[in-house]
Design a protein around this ligand. Structure first.
Ligand code: PMP
Length: 381
């Protein structure tokens, strides 16, 4: 019999039926009054839930395009950008910005740790930066940056644009745009929103919008805020065809978030992450991210002695759970397990049990049940 495959990679995450149903609806004209009103309501909710007086742009594309949109609209060639990088996705901003003639300085941490706040503060004192990027959760390391504390520091630099990559955090880790002094928050739909890949979401504070006005015309066409602003203000207008069904799917995801309560959603992710991480440790894995900076959206688990990465992930897939491999220097040494979005207790228990069966089949026979027992104990606390 064919076994069900749970997608437990850190995005795309499992898509619940009610969201799938929206993708399967008959597509309508983008001028359809019901669609225009659905799109408008979605944008209002996104601004309200992420607490900004600024704007939100929802455009077909992935997280990388959202990164490009954030950078292109707030920086021009010759500007200085400080990149705070906690891994592979933090580093992605380097090439992206350098191609645009932006001068880049990078503060990096060893994988699993964060750049100390004092280091960021010292760097900002050294030189004038027009913008700074911070990746809230770097998916390569499972590290969560203290974006609120960094936001406090940025208050001393009122001219600087604070860009937060929320691709692996938004809708799971608290992000309050205006309160945290964030100017650009960017994400995609395929992770903690629990929607299929395909939409980029970029929030822009009033300060970010003012910066764009100052910069004026930019070389990029598709991601230019000025092209999209009229549509985000009046969803009956056209610039480039909106992804009708994907926008409905995102709207359904936001309805699920509202029903759960966004604060409850943050708390649920926190509790689930603690339980999943305790279960992984109980099964003999070591977690890459230091405990104080561990993300709630995924776990990056280093293999115990004697476990081969390719074999582990192959057997695990046969047991019904798909996880992702390690990146960079951790390729072959760890796997990455997503636990964000609309996954529930069934998914978590099944994933941990599948990992236990896999370890057993690979010769680690002593500890069977330790993962599930730990998971349940933590979840029932
Ligand atoms: N930033 C982070 C933190 C990510 O995890 C990812 C994707 N894993 C990206 C950016 C890039 O997003 P996408 O793959 O949707 O282009």
């Amino acid at each position: 019999m064919k076994i069900k495959k749970l997608v437990m990679i850190p995005g795309p995450t499992p898509v619940v039926r009610s969201i799938q149903d929206q993708m399967g609806r008959d597509t309508v004209a983008f001028g359809d009054p019901n669609f225009v009103s659905d799109f408008k309501g979605l944008l209002e909710d996104l601004k309200k839930l992420w607490k900004t007086e600024g704007e939100v742009f929802v455009v077909a594309g992935t997280g990388t395009m959202a990164m490009e949109m954030g950078i292109s609209n707030t920086l021009k060639a010759g500007d200085n950008l400080l990149i705070v990088s906690h891994g592979y996705f933090g580093d992605r901003f380097i090439d992206l910005a350098e191609r645009k003639g932006i001068n880049v300085d990078v503060l990096s941490s060893p994988w699993g740790q964060i750049v100390p706040l004092e280091e960021i503060e010292a760097k900002l004192k050294e030189k004038t930066y027009q913008a700074m990027t911070v990746t809230h959760v770097d998916t390569s390391t499972g590290v969560c940056a203290p974006i609120d504390k960094i936001g406090e520091i940025t208050k001393n630099y009122p001219e600087m644009i604070y860009i937060v990559d929320g691709v692996c955090s938004t809708a799971a880790e608290p992000e309050y745009i205006d309160e945290m002094n964030i100017d650009i928050l960017l994400t995609g739909t395929q992770k903690a929103f629990g929607v299929a890949p395909g939409l980029a979401i970029v929030w822009a504070s009033k300060k970010a919008l003012a910066r764009k006005e100052e910069i004026g015309r930019i070389p990029e066409y598709y991601v230019d805020f000025d092209k999209w602003l009229p549509i985000m203000k009046d969803t009956s207008k056209y610039f480039a065809t909106p992804a009708v069904n994907m926008l409905w799917a995102l709207k359904e995801s936001v309805e699920i978030i509202k029903e759960e309560g966004i604060e409850n959603r943050y708390a649920r992710h926190n509790k689930n992450a603690k339980a999943m991480q305790a279960a992984l440790v109980a099964m003999g894995f070591e977690l890459l991210a230091q405990e104080e900076v561990r993300a709630v959206t995924l776990s990056n688990a280093i293999y115990p002695e004697g476990i081969n990465d390719v074999e582990f992930r192959k057997v695990l897939a046969e047991e019904g759970a798909v996880v992702a491999g390690g990146l960079g220097e951790y390729a072959g040494k760890m796997f990455r397990l997503g636990h964000m979005g609309n996954i529930d207790t069934h998914d978590m228990v099944s994933a941990i049990a599948a990992i236990e069966r896999t370890l057993y089949k690979l010769g680690k026979k002593d500890n069977l049940g330790a993962g599930v027992t730990t998971l349940l104990r933590e979840l029932l606390k």
